[in-house]
Design a protein around this ligand. Structure first.
Ligand code: 5RP
Length: 227
């Protein structure tokens, strides 16, 4: 079993009967969704899922997991999702899989959020992983210019075939190659007020627990950011 799989399976164990569960996106979340599907088949677990991307929606449907949209529930009980980087003060970068907008919406309306990662994602300070910023296509070159002027080293994300990547909502992603983020809150506030920016991948004060797959087994880290 690989480390992502171990973390995903462990986190699926936190899901209780009749919960409304936010289902994250990515290769680690994939294993968590599979394990929830297995528990439903073999243990009679009953849940309702709220998915964070078209990819996860397809997977959940293939497993027979009943789904609702975020607007059809009052609150999500528990969201389990991957992350690209987690700092020692439990802030994160997400969006490597281009699903950050729905992921942030679902996490925001969740009573609790758990992140599942392998140990390579734990860092002292955020920023080595490029920070994704989801933008409206109209005006995106203006944002590229502004980010260049600020030395954020922006790169418009493309697909493997070289086309500009479009998110599930039809937006673009600009990845900021910052290397180090000294003041995540300040950067988040700056990005939040830029016209044309829909959302960014800084997930601050959002996670209550981190499940880490490591060579020595799965570790649970409790974050100070409890809801
Ligand atoms: C998608 C995400 C993913 O959770 C993040 O990229 C981690 O992915 P993986 O588990 O494949 O490493 O934020 O937008």
């Amino acid at each position: 079993m690989n480390l992502k799989q171990a973390a995903g399976i462990k986190a699926a164990g936190f899901v209780k009967d009749r919960m409304i569960v936010g289902l994250g996106t990515g290769s680690t979340a994939y294993y968590m969704v599979e394990e929830i599907g297995r528990r439903m088949r073999e243990e009679g677990l009953q849940i309702t899922g709220v998915t964070t991307s078209n990819a996860t929606k397809e997977q959940a449907e293939s497993l027979g997991i009943p789904l609702k949209s975020i607007d059809e529930v009052s609150m999500v009980d528990l969201t389990i999702d991957g992350a690209d980087e987690i700092s020692s003060d439990f802030h994160g970068i997400k969006g490597g899989g281009a699903a950050l907008l729905f992921e942030k919406i679902v996490a925001t309306y969740s009573k609790e959020t758990i992140w599942i990662v392998d140990e390579s994602k734990l860092v002292k300070q955020l920023g080595r992983f490029p920070l994704p910023v989801e933008v409206i296509p109209y005006g995106s070159q203006q944002l590229m210019r502004i980010f260049k002027e600020r030395n954020y080293h922006p790169v418009l994300r493309t697909t493997l075939t070289g086309d500009v990547l479009k998110t599930d909502s039809g937006h673009y992603i600009i990845d900021l190659h910052l290397n180090k983020i000294e003041e995540p809150e300040k950067l988040a506030a700056y990005l939040d007020q830029l016209v044309g920016v829909v959302e960014h991948g800084l997930f601050l004060h959002m996670v209550s627990k981190v499940v880490v797959g490591s060579e020595n087994g799965v570790r649970l880290l409790d974050s100070p950011h409890q809801k």
